[in-house]
Design a protein around this ligand. Structure first.
Ligand code: GLA
Length: 432
């Protein structure tokens, strides 16, 4: 289905294309808020910037110890903070009304759907390995609607880096990956893998980050194009469906459990040893070929997605290194189809976006972003087609999903680097 031309002539100004305010302005806004909190000494104020991420290939195989890919985008979670001598954490968010406040010596358990879980989880994770003497006062914000771009990992990393900065702790990216994992798996209760935080902590411009989730090895794979060609020919589109929801309440954990059962059953059929915590990566491909068809139908589909996606990741890395954006994109779209058909993630809204983008000229490839139960659909695009691509979405989406017509939005993004403390100081900020 391609977008009807009659609609693609909608004036660009009517389309919900969102350009974020410059980051200096966002930081000034955070500093303004921070300054108003009791006892804050702005001379000690610092900022962490943790970019959001996409994963073009390797969907839902990180928790099965597969090989995945990702890159960050130029939309970030920003956290302005100061140390607090009394050992309390006080956090405000530009996106949520209720502030978070707790004592580091007595971190309460997670409560479902609470944004404060991420700061509590980060503090708890860091405390498992390092003594924390000081509390943290901060204000956090982000410019993107939540869903699929891993704002939860980005915000957890922002809290970790801030707590590490005020304690002068030298924690490397690999340890931060583990800490973030502890927070999400053990505190928040999502049985996810290490894709999100690894991409956010390791990414570099012009590179695709490759993560082997079994060995936990990370490689930054350069694109086979010069920087100028990549800038001219490659951009990332994120279309927010208008639907946000935390992953803990979705079918995410259920799918992870199905993948584990599939792994266990195939290993048993083959008479191979079964590890304490079986995952699909433990299953040799030939065992899948021999025994996959004997699994129950839903488990068969999950295994099929895993092995297909591993092949697409391998082929995609080759295409990326050769600078073949067209081939890379085809694999991304095939990955999106496998997510719908075999992994059975996706919502009606995301499927409409995927189908529309897959058939729109100028789109190299498209798929749901992240878990794909809500949030954003992403596309890798040729920037020369920006307007016609936005017009195609605008022509189809609000009609197909009128209840989301006022909430969906279109964002053109560039690849970015990793999360870090940025040298922003309150005095360097423009007056407001
Ligand atoms: C979410 C999870 C990740 C990964 C993706 C799907 O973002 O947090 O660990 O499983 O979904 O690829």
């Amino acid at each position: 289905m391609s977008a009807p031309n009659a609609h693609s002539s909608a004036p660009v100004s009517e389309m919900p294309i969102v350009a974020p305010p410059p980051e200096a302005e966002q930081i000034a806004q955070l500093f303004d808020r921070l300054r108003r909190i009791d006892g804050v000494d702005m001379r000690q104020a610092r900022v962490v910037r943790a970019p959001l991420r996409i994963s073009p290939l390797g969907a839902h195989i990180d928790h099965q110890l597969g090989i995945v890919t990702g890159m960050t985008i130029d939309r970030a979670i920003l956290l302005a903070f100061v140390p607090a001598a009394d050992g309390r954490v006080r956090m405000e968010s530009l996106n949520f009304a209720e502030p978070a406040s707790f004592d580091l010596a007595d971190i309460p358990p997670a409560t479902k759907g609470d944004w404060a879980n991420y700061v509590r989880g980060a503090a708890l994770a860091l405390q498992q390995r390092h003594a924390l003497r000081q509390g943290l006062t901060g204000v956090v914000g982000g410019s993107m609607p939540i869903g699929g771009l891993s704002s939860s990992a980005a915000v957890t990393i922002a809290y970790l880096l801030a707590l590490e900065a005020i304690h002068d702790l030298a924690v490397d990216a690999y340890e931060n990956v583990e800490l973030c994992r502890f927070s999400e798996n053990r505190y928040v209760g999502l049985n996810n893998g290490i894709l999100d935080q690894s991409v956010i902590l390791h990414s570099a411009q012009q590179h695709l980050t490759r993560i082997d989730c079994r060995s936990v090895e990370v490689e930054r794979v350069p694109v086979g194009l010069d920087a100028d060609s990549l800038r001219r020919r490659f951009e990332i589109l994120a279309v927010y469906s208008g639907v946000s929801q935390g992953l803990v309440g979705t079918d995410y954990n259920n799918r992870v459990a199905q993948c584990r059962s599939a792994a266990e059953q195939m290993l048993a059929q083959a008479g191979l040893p079964i590890p304490a915590d079986p995952r699909l990566r433990h299953v040799p491909e030939e065992v899948h070929v021999a025994y996959g068809a004997q699994l129950d139908a839903p488990l068969q589909r999950r295994a099929r997605h895993f092995f297909g996606e591993m092949g697409r990741v391998r082929a995609g890395l080759e295409a990326w290194q050769a600078g073949d954006l067209v081939r890379f994109g085809e694999l991304v779209t095939a990955s999106g189809e496998s997510s719908i058909r075999w992994y059975e993630s996706g919502s009606p809204q995301l499927i409409t976006l995927y189908e529309t983008l897959a058939q729109t000229p100028g789109v190299y490839g498209t798929r749901f972003s992240g878990a794909g139960f809500r949030g954003n659909c992403i596309a890798l695009i040729d920037p020369a087609y920006r307007e016609s691509i936005a017009a195609a979405v605008h022509a189809v989406y609000p009609k197909a999903h009128p209840q989301e017509a006022a909430a969906y939005s279109i964002h053109f993004c560039r690849p970015d680097g990793r999360a870090e403390l940025i040298p922003a100081t309150a005095s360097a900020m423009p007056p407001r």
